[in-house]
Design a protein around this ligand. Structure first.
Ligand code: ZN
Length: 247
C-alpha cells in the first residue's frame, strides 16, 4: 500500500512535468498474467535462461525457444492490458506522458492504446527468416507454434526468428537511439516495474538525471537507482487506481 501523501506527490509530479517519459519492465505486466522473468515465480525458474533467449543456442536448436515460449509469448492474443497499461495510454492521450520505453516484449502497451512505444528489447510482432529475410507476422507464427510445430520459411525452408533481442545480439539500434534521446529530454522519468538490472536498458533513467531531470521509481523490489529517486513507491496497482481517480 502507498500512503495518500506519497500518491499525491506522484500526481503533482505528473501534472507539473513538461516532458514525462515512462520506462516499464516486467512488473507492469504481471497483473495481466504475464510471467516475470526474474521474480519469485519467474519464468527463469522453469526454463533455462541461458538457452531460451540465447542466439547461438537458437541457431543450434530453435525448437527449444518455440516449445518453451508457446505458453508465454505465443498465447499473447489471449492476454489483456491491465490498469497500468491503460493509465499510461490515457496519460499519453491527455498530453502528460510523451513516450513509453519498455523492456517488455508482450505488446500490451500497444494493445492498451499507447502510441509512442519504444521497445528496447525488440518485439515478437515481426519474425524474420534467417536465410532469405522474409518477414512473418506474429499471428502467422503463433498459429504454427500453437500446433506444436516448428515454424520454417515457406520460401526457402530457413529458420524463423522473432525480432526479440536475444542474448548475444545488439539491441535494435533505432530503438536504442530513440530511448536515449527521449530519456535525455525528459524532465520526469517514471520507472515502473523494472528492477533496473538489465543493461543497457537500465541506464536510460541516468540520461534523465544527468540532464537535470527527476526520477520516480515504482517497484516492489529494490533497484540500484533507488537512492537517486525523488519519490520511491512500491505498489503499482494502488498508485494507478489513485491516478485514475485524480488526473
Ligand atoms: Zn526464407
Amino acid at each position: 500500500m502507498e500512503d495518500i501523501s506519497t500518491m499525491d506527490k506522484f500526481i503533482k509530479a505528473l501534472r507539473e512535468a513538461q516532458y514525462c517519459i515512462v520506462f516499464t519492465g516486467a512488473g507492469v505486466s504481471t497483473l495481466s498474467g504475464i510471467q516475470d522473468f526474474r521474480g519469485e515465480k519467474g519464468l527463469y525458474k522453469k526454463v533455462d535462461a541461458d538457452k531460451i533467449f540465447d542466439l547461438s543456442y537458437f541457431h543450434q536448436d530453435p525448437s527449444y525457444y518455440y516449445r518453451n515460449s508457446k505458453d508465454f509469448i505465443y498465447d499473447l492474443e489471449e492476454k489483456e492490458p491491465n490498469i497500468i497499461h491503460q493509465e499510461i495510454a490515457r496519460l499519453e492521450k491527455i498530453g502528460i506522458v510523451k513516450a513509453v520505453i519498455t523492456q517488455n516484449i508482450d505488446l500490451l502497451h500497444q494493445k492498451a492504446g499507447s502510441v509512442k512505444v519504444i521497445a528496447v528489447h525488440g518485439s515478437p510482432e515481426v519474425h524474420k527468416c534467417l536465410e532469405c529475410g522474409r518477414n512473418f507476422t506474429f499471428r502467422e507464427i503463433s498459429r504454427v507454434v500453437q500446433r506444436d510445430e516448428l515454424p520454417t520459411c515457406d520460401s526457402c525452408g530457413g529458420i524463423i526468428k522473432p525480432e526479440i533481442t536475444f542474448f548475444g545480439e545488439m539491441l535494435p539500434a533505432g530503438a536504442l537511439e530513440q530511448a536515449i534521446a527521449e530519456s535525455s529530454r525528459a524532465d520526469l522519468m517514471v520507472v515502473l516495474g523494472s528492477s533496473l538490472v538489465v543493461q543497457p536498458a537500465a541506464s536510460f533513467p541516468l540520461y534523465t538525471l544527468e540532464n537535470g531531470g527527476q526520477m520516480i521509481i515504482v517497484n516492489n523490489m529494490a533497484t540500484p537507482l533507488d537512492s537517486r529517486a525523488f519519490l520511491r513507491c512500491q505498489d503499482l496497482y494502488t498508485l494507478f487506481a489513485y491516478t485514475r481517480e485524480h488526473i
